[in-house]
Design a protein around this ligand. Structure first.
Ligand code: FES
Length: 392
């Protein structure tokens, strides 16, 4: 930019107005229908699309890997570590669930593009159980991707990454490991992966294959496996320090209890906050784990009046389930992605009544709080409510 002096520069701004007016005068009366920026944006963020289940395979005794191929031939560009948001219609409920992509980005860019998720199943896990029993080769699913900031960013992160994973939290690191092994991502990744016992290891074969390259290292830590000859116990400060290099970026994905543990260990190690990132953790099913949750609210029944445009519906809710779950159970579409209070897709407005907002997922801005906006995935009713949600 050329600076010519205060008055010259200020008077120069006046020429922009004249130039604009002359362009308007000389412009074509035919509207311009091409919008290359919109076209590019649509290609990068196409919104929900249909994918076909190409295969289902067991990736541990308790988890399955589902492969999806795009029905229009394209998988949107994503980074290793990001997640996909699935829409399911189960019974009378409309549900959205987020799963980290466990395949590598390069696999979505080949001649036969695909992406995969790996889902751990267990007692009382509603959607994983449904997928385990019902999702088969040839089925169609509606998926929106990609989401989240949980990926390696060279401007922000060190090239030494330590991935701290628990249970199905291995999936974003498996994606990174495969991308590195294929020579598509230039970082050193050490994965410290906590499992209960060796039969519980998820994506074992994929991890072993990726670890054949010298930039990926996988260390398994068993919490309850007397036969195991490697690291035992929990992801402790000692183990993290043992496998860390100077100037490391730590990335965590796993259950909330483990996150608290890891956060404490990293604080004690003096790791600066900008060197630690964690994936969004959904609200724990056991609400007693949420600090400050009013336990007398457990088991209480409420009614929520839901306003969508001119339509009003009254739906039942219970004190120990987030408002988003009550909406989904009632078959009302609510746009959720992270289910951790962070992304803001489920933003709703409280017209009357009281809610408890989980401090583990309170992503509201100050202005949201003043205007009574809340995130339905991390807010619990503590009285009858009247709320306003966007029309889907
Ligand atoms: S789904 Fe992301 S904030 Fe609720």
């Amino acid at each position: 930019m050329k600076i010519r002096g205060f008055f010259e520069d200020v008077s120069g701004a006046g020429k922009i107005v004249k130039d604009r007016e002359s362009r308007i005068q000389n412009g074509s009366p035919t509207p311009e229908t091409k919008d290359p920026i919109r076209t590019l944006a649509d290609q990068l963020h196409p919104g929900p699309k249909n994918y076909t289940v190409a295969s289902v395979r067991q990736s541990s005794p308790s988890s399955k890997t589902y492969r999806f191929v795009p029905q229009d031939g394209h998988v949107p560009v994503f980074h290793a570590g990001q997640y996909a948001s699935f829409r399911f219609h189960i019974g009378d409920s409309n549900l959205t669930r987020a799963y980290s992509i466990s395949s590598a980005p390069f696999e979505a860019r080949g001649e036969d593009p695909f992406f995969e998720i790996t889902v751990k199943n267990g007692p009382g896990m509603f959607v994983p159980e449904y997928l385990d029993k019902n999702l088969e080769e040839g089925d169609t699913v509606e998926v929106d991707l990609p989401f989240s900031q949980f990926y390696y960013e060279p401007l922000r992160d060190s090239k030494n990454i330590v991935g701290l994973a628990g249970g199905s939290g291995i999936t974003p690191f498996a994606s990174m490991a495969k991308e590195i092994a294929a020579g598509k991502l230039d970082v050193d990744l050490t994965i410290l992966y906590g499992s209960r016992d060796h039969t519980d290891i998820c994506m074992k074969d994929d991890l072993e294959k990726a670890a054949e390259c010298d930039k990926v290292h996988v260390v398994h830590i068993m919490s309850d496996d007397p036969e195991w000859e490697g690291e035992k116990g929990f992801l402790s400060r000692e183990i993290i320090e043992k496998y860390s290099k100077p100037d490391t970026t730590y990335m965590f994905c796993g259950p909330l209890v483990m996150l608290n543990f890891v956060q404490k260990a990293l604080n004690e190690m003096g790791v600066p906050p900008y060197r630690f990132r964690h994936d969004a953790s959904a609200q724990p099913r056991n609400v007693k784990m949420i600090p400050g949750f009013p336990e007398e609210n457990i088991g209480k029944k409420y009614q929520i009046t839901v306003v969508r445009g001119i339509q009003e519906d009254v739906i039942p809710a219970v004190g120990e389930e987030p408002v988003a779950v009550a909406l989904e159970r009632a078959g009302i579409k609510v746009d959720t992605h992270c289910r951790a209070g962070e992304c803001g897709f489920c933003r709703s407005q409280l017209i009357s009544g009281d809610i408890f907002v989980s401090p583990l997922g309170d992503g509201r801005r100050e202005m949201d709080k003043e205007m009574n906006w809340f995130h339905a995935c991390s807010a619990y009713p503590i009285s009858n409510l009247k709320i306003k949600i966007p029309i889907q």
